[in-house]
Design a protein around this ligand. Structure first.
Ligand code: SGN
Ligand code: CA
Length: 498
């Protein structure tokens, strides 16, 4: 799993931006899910849903800020009880250590790209190097030296990349900073048909992405150009040692010089395009290292003759905006952050090269993994095992809608609280708490979700039906207005809102 990896940046889904031959191997040798989504598009809540098989309102982890309730049963605990050897390496982002793992080495919070610190069961340690390579080194070290070959294993290999603030490895920033990427058709979206939530969100590349922190202009450049200061200096860069920093400067200083030379001639639109290109260069540069390292791990499995009976799953904690609607970040129920990559390889069970467009969610992962391993899933898990889909038995799959609920507001990026329902054809979203607004999209006619048709008379009947269905889903998953109020009250108690 990686963090904030948009499906648009995996060549098995879309090869306009980057080639990811190693991740693509999982699609070529297994199944590519084109309609996989999350239930709440933000990091720690997504991980909690994956681990517990329960929606956020049930497992309690509604946002990145609240603590994870460790009385929840997580699937690694069940694997361990069933005799599996279990291990986790990389980013968890929970504030507490994982349960049910024989060994873990995890990053504190978001973790760092360069010379990162790791939390282990025996204390903290700083490891020199680049985080994506290190997480793989730790994983392969465990596989090679401490894996008990008499037992089956569950390994959670969790990248920090490509999370903000996007610091690529030296071998990748040298090439990616020279590239130019195609602009998304909705880069200059002005949110005309949408409700206030899109207009007030703070994740527009032109207005909210920081020239310093995100785009790597130095404080000196920003001062010299008298730019009203937007964003802190990127402290993550300060972790580099002298050699790493000298290499970084050899590439990023010329970028600063080049920006200085053109700044006076820039308008909003050219500045937007410049920021988008800088964003893509660093973001995709981070993904290039993820892809290299996925290759290392897959090759290891091949070399040790483990591939034939190992299930490999690649996913992200959510999707991400790569300039669509002018945005970066996630949180909204619109496609780019609602959907998440999902590629699964299961030799002799999945027909290689299959594409599956059924609506599946991260909510389904725990029950899927448990069924694959022949372990009984607790009755109160809320997903559905994907095993029938993996085996090509589509006729037993009867899901026609999925549920979504985002909570973290007021907070960074200012995305309002909302819940909604998606079917293959439509998406209905309700923004609540400080607003009461509905949006409806015809996903088939309007795949970019540019036209909110909620007030269009032609869609009145559809809207009513979808509202009924949304209510049914809320009852099925035991969500309610009183739970909304409960979680709002927690923000009030903590002083996040008045
Ligand atoms: C950090 C980022 C945000 C991001 C959240 C959540 N800001 O706070 O841009 O939305 O993480 O991301 S930063 O200034 O610290 O880079 S998540 O993937 O962990 O949910
Ligand atoms: Ca994330």
């Amino acid at each position: 799993m990686s963090d904030d990896h948009a499906y648009q940046a995996i060549s098995a889904y879309n090869d306009n931006l980057i080639k990811t031959p190693n991740i693509d191997r999982l699609a070529n040798e297994g199944m590519l899910f084109t309609n996989a989504s999350v239930t709440n598009s933000i990091c720690a809540p997504s991980r909690a849903v994956i681990l517990t098989g329960k929606h956020a309102h049930i497992n309690g982890k509604i946002d990145n800020l609240s603590p994870f309730d460790t009385t929840n049963i997580t699937f690694p605990q069940l694997f361990k009880e069933a005799g599996y050897q279990t291990a986790m390496f990389g980013k968890l982002h929970f504030g507490n250590n994982p349960k049910g793992l024989d060994e873990f080495k995890i990053l504190p919070g978001q973790g760092d790209y360069y010379n990162p610190k790791f939390i282990t069961s025996t204390g903290d340690t700083i490891i020199n190097g680049y985080v994506t390579d290190i997480i793989t080194d730790l994983t392969l070290d465990w596989m090679e030296k401490r894996r008990d070959t008499t037992k089956p294993f569950l390994l959670m290999y969790l990248h920090k990349a490509p999370h903000r603030s996007w610091l690529p490895a030296n071998r990748h920033y040298k090439t990616y900073t020279k590239k130019t990427f195609p602009l998304p058709s909705t880069l200059f979206d002005e949110y005309n048909t949408r409700d206030a939530a899109s207009k007030t969100a703070e994740m527009n590349i032109l207005r909210h992405m920081h020239l310093g922190y995100d785009n790597k202009l130095t404080p000196e450049t920003i001062n010299e150009l008298n730019i009203a200061y937007t964003g802190l200096h990127n402290r993550a860069i300060d972790r580099m040692n002298n050699i790493q920093k000298a290499s970084w400067d050899s590439v990023y200083k010329p970028i600063n010089e080049n920006f200085k030379a053109q700044y006076q001639t820039m308008n909003d639109s050219t500045l937007m395009v410049w920021k988008y290109q800088r964003y893509m260069q660093d973001y995709l540069g981070c993904i290039a290292a993820v892809d290299d390292n996925v290759g290392r791990l897959l090759n290891y499995l091949d070399d040790k003759n483990l591939s034939h009976n190992t299930v490999v799953v690649y996913t992200s904690d959510q999707g991400f905006y790569l300039g669509e609607h002018g945005w970066f970040d996630k949180r909204f129920m619109y496609n780019e952050s609602f959907k998440t990559p999902l590629l699964i390889k299961w030799p002799n069970k999945i027909t290689p090269g299959t594409t599956e467009d059924e609506m599946v969610q991260n909510l389904d992962f725990a029950q899927t993994f448990l069924e694959i391993a022949g372990i009984e899933a607790p009755k109160d898990m809320q997903g559905k095992s994907l095993v029938p889909l993996l085996k090509g038995e589509k006729e037993v799959w009867d899901r026609d809608a999925v549920y979504y609920h985002y909570y973290e507001y007021p907070a960074e990026h200012a995305v309002k609280r909302h819940y909604g329902i998606a079917t293959k054809q439509y998406k209905l979203i309700h923004y609540y708490y400080d607003v009461d607004a509905w949006e409806l999209y015809d996903r088939k006619k309007d795949p970019n979700e540019m036209n909110n048709v909620y007030i269009d008379e032609n869609y009145a009947e559809i809207a009513t039906k979808l509202k009924d269905k949304l209510n049914d889903l809320r009852s099925l998953y035991k969500d309610s207005d009183s739970l909304n109020n409960h979680y709002i009250q927690i923000y009030k108690d903590k002083g996040h809102i008045k």
